[in-house]
Write a protein that binds this ligand. Structure first.
Ligand SMILES: [Zn+2]
Length: 328
């Protein structure tokens, strides 16, 4: 179930994913603030499924990206590794604030970028918590880094934002992206109800709405809201931006297109105790709930896998879907 699938097969799977349990996990009313916000409210794949259903060109881009990813991974196996080392992605933070608390300080934004650099470099302070069982498939340094280029601030009267991308356009009270073909745009908004954040995948590379959206209270560390107060909503969403799927494949015992992440029945939340076993297809496995692409608390996630690293490197490699990020 973990091998790569392409074209019609992959699209069929996506459609199938969208009809399974994850639909039920969606928060019906994104305005409704829940007492215990959950990463179950990250609707990136659902939004993507809608895009792919309605947009043939996006479907073609999706298929091409999967084919290119497979080609890169094959080339890497043959020893043709990235010759140019680490890719430092230029970041623009677009900050929309209504209250003083929502107007995050430069220090807090810098803190968020620092978290990304630690998590993607495997220099996070909790990296030593990776169980021995998974140490051999841990990503180590993904060779992806982030450099803040500028922060664009805008005061707003908008109280609550939805996942309709309004924050990404000046004409809908948002902020226009800074050239998304060359910059990674992050929008930080005051409130999205129970939604922590959402991302576009590489088939949206360079489009006006391309980037990651974060709720301000889950951005950065100092003053952020527990249990999502270690800056890892961004780590998770940037994973999507760099073509990672949720680790459970958004379906019961689903496929995340990564070979070294054990198949798991569904998402995990909270702080699970290791080892945690799931049975899929009659096979019991210890699952990698501490992966950034699961839904656990910030303090319970601390790794990418090597397979995930390869997928992300494929996206930012020369010729990759997001190669434009290497230009500056
Ligand atoms: Zn997600």
């Amino acid at each position: 179930m973990k091998k790569l699938l392409f074209g019609v097969i992959a699209l069929g799977m996506l459609a199938a994913c969208n009809t399974t349990e994850e639909t039920a996990n969606l928060t019906e009313d994104t305005n409704a603030r829940t007492a215990t916000a959950s990463r179950k409210s990250c609707p990136s794949e659902e939004i993507r499924a809608e895009l792919l259903k309605n947009d043939a060109k996006a479907r073609a881009r999706f298929a091409a990206i999967e084919a290119g990813t497979e080609k890169f991974i094959q080339a890497k196996k043959l020893g043709r590794v990235l010759a140019d080392g680490t890719v430092e992605i230029p970041v623009v933070v677009n900050l929309l604030y209504r209250t003083t608390a929502e107007n995050l300080s430069d220090a807090r934004i810098a803190e968020q970028i620092a978290v990304l650099n630690k998590d993607f470099g495997a220099t996070n302070s909790d990296v030593n918590k990776i169980p021995a069982e998974f140490a051999s498939v841990a990503a180590g340094d993904t060779k992806v880094r982030f450099r803040l280029v500028k922060t664009v601030r805008k005061s707003t009267t908008v109280r609550s934002w939805k996942t309709n991308d309004a924050m990404k356009k000046a004409s809908t009270k948002g902020i226009d992206a800074t050239d998304p073909t060359q910059y990674f745009n992050i929008w930080v908004v005051g409130d999205m109800g129970s939604i922590l954040g959402y991302a576009t995948f590489p088939e949206s590379a360079g489009q006006w709405n391309d980037g990651v959206v974060l709720a301000s209270k889950y951005t950065g560390v100092t003053g952020a809201t527990a249990p999502y107060n270690l800056g890892r909503t961004a780590t998770h969403e940037v994973g999507h931006y760099l073509n990672l799927r949720h680790i459970w494949g958004d379906a019961t015992c689903g496929n995340d297109f990564v070979a070294d992440t054990p198949t798991q029945t569904s998402s995990n939340g909270g702080s699970p105790t290791y080892p945690l076993y799931n049975t899929c297809g009659g096979v019991q496995r210890s699952v990698m709930f501490m992966n950034y692409m699961d839904y656990v608390y910030d303090s319970a996630m601390y790794m990418f896998s090597a397979g995930q690293r390869d997928r992300m490197q494929a996206v930012v490699a020369a010729g990759g879907a997001r190669a434009g990020l290497r230009n500056l």
